[in-house]
Design a protein around this ligand. Structure first.
Ligand SMILES: O=P(O)(O)O[C@H]1O[C@H](CO)[C@@H](O)[C@H]1O
Ligand SMILES: [Mn+2]
Ligand SMILES: [Mn+2]
Length: 390
């Protein structure tokens, strides 16, 4: 074992430019980081810059440095999807070759009818929508009638929105469990059911941190299962345990927002364990990427960047820190969905004199393969370890 602890940060949706296959996803020219850097006045990420972020791709305000403090590169997604689940599963060694089923025209009437009957409430919406737009459209009617709002997106998601005062949280979670059960059937297959509670008044609704995701289980063991089986820690922070449906996780820590995610990560750095601590910072995606808010996205990146020194200071001799992402979500791109992009890769440990270029990794799974290699557990089916470069 070269490193006794690996700290993995997924900056949700922080892509770094189009892949050769981006046009297939209607994402020609997408560049989450690149476009934010161009659009946001005074944009700079001094700490990520020192690690070598600007050496991966040209970024306005984040120039390349002569001697990067971390190893750097970018990773390509090979799976047939650009959603969170696909990206995270590929990172941990799974190749999602068949795209998850999506519902561009809403869910089948039979599914909705059975769902309504089981939950004892009617459904509003049942279409592709942005989660905030649909509250503006149907939130008031939901409050008047008690019918729940069901919507989907370009992803394989069955999302149920309800006001916390109209449908108590416990009931919403029960409703989502019904949806989960129904959508495990092949004919209605959905990767994730998501509870989307909100509060506020018509015209002024806000979603709360009580979101809850119910994912299907990964279709084969991930590197995290291997770690767990080997008696190593696999600590999940934020949405991680939802994304892997609690599989291969030894401890799960929920978070409220990005900064809480960083706090919880640093708290695990102060614990004594051997294995993985894995955090997802979802605000980049949920609060800014899908909302097509480059300014807010840029500020969130700068806020994260400002925490890097604290993270580095909490690192011990045998720790490895990896910063990456799961897909893009270019806030100046058409629509409100994710974008097919490379993701940045920064790998830091103490004692690096000059960061090495890890190149363009052929799959996100190179990271999972590296983690498996480091801990001496079975390698995933795909992915090449870059441990020998670290
Ligand atoms: O528009 P909102 O509700 O944020 O939804 C987004 O969040 C979902 C889950 O990440 C994505 O599939 C997309 O639909
Ligand atoms: Mn994501
Ligand atoms: Mn998203």
């Amino acid at each position: 074992m070269r490193y006794s602890r690996v700290f993995l940060i997924v900056m949700d949706s922080v892509g770094i430019g189009e892949q050769p296959d981006s046009p297939k996803f209607r994402d020609e020219g997408a560049n989450t980081l690149g476009h934010i850097a161009e659009r946001v006045a005074g944009f700079s990420l001094p700490h990520l810059q020192k690690l070598g972020l600007g050496n991966i791709a040209p970024l306005k305000g984040v120039p390349a440095v002569e001697v990067p403090a971390a190893h750097y590169g970018k990773m390509q997604e090979i799976s047939m999807g650009k959603d969170t689940t696909t990206g995270h599963w590929e990172i941990m060694g799974l190749h999602v070759a068949t795209p998850f089923r999506t519902y561009p025209d809403g869910f089948p009437a039979e599914l909705i009818a059975e769902f309504e009957q089981r939950i004892g409430r009617k459904v509003l919406g049942n279409k592709v929508a942005s989660g905030t737009d649909i509250l503006d459209e149907l939130g008031e009617e939901h409050m008047k009638t008690g019918a729940v709002i069901v919507y989907t997106s370009a992803d394989s998601v069955f999302q149920v929105a309800a006001h916390e005062d109209i449908v108590p949280l416990e009931e919403l979670y029960r409703i989502c469990q019904v949806a989960r059960e129904l959508t495990l059937r092949d004919e209605f297959a959905v990767t994730r059911v998501i509870a989307r509670p909100f509060v506020g008044e018509p015209g002024n609704f806000t979603r709360t941190a009580n979101r809850h995701d119910y994912s299907v289980k990964p279709f084969e063991p991930t590197v995290m299962n291997r770690l767990q089986d080997a008696g190593l820690a696999s600590i999940a922070i934020g949405k991680i345990s939802d994304i892997y449906a609690e599989e291969g996780i030894t401890q799960s820590i929920r978070t409220k927002d990005n900064m809480d995610g960083v706090d919880q990560l640093i708290a695990t750095m102060k614990q004594s364990f051997t294995g993985l601590s894995f955090v997802n910072l979802v605000d980049f995606d949920a609060k800014f990427g899908h909302r097509r808010d480059p300014e807010g996205y840029g500020q969130a990146l700068m806020e994260f960047d400002a925490r890097i020194p604290e993270i580095l200071a909490a690192m011990q001799e045998n720790d490895l820190l990896v910063i990456t992402a799961d897909h893009g979500n270019d806030p100046v791109h058409h629509g409100t969905d994710h974008t097919r992009e490379y993701v940045p890769l920064l790998v830091y440990h103490k004692g690096i004199s000059a960061g090495e270029n890890l190149g363009i990794r052929e799959t996100f799974a190179d990271l999972g393969a590296t983690i498996a290699d480091n801990f001496g557990v079975a390698a995933p089916r795909i992915g090449k370890s870059f441990l020998n470069h670290l």
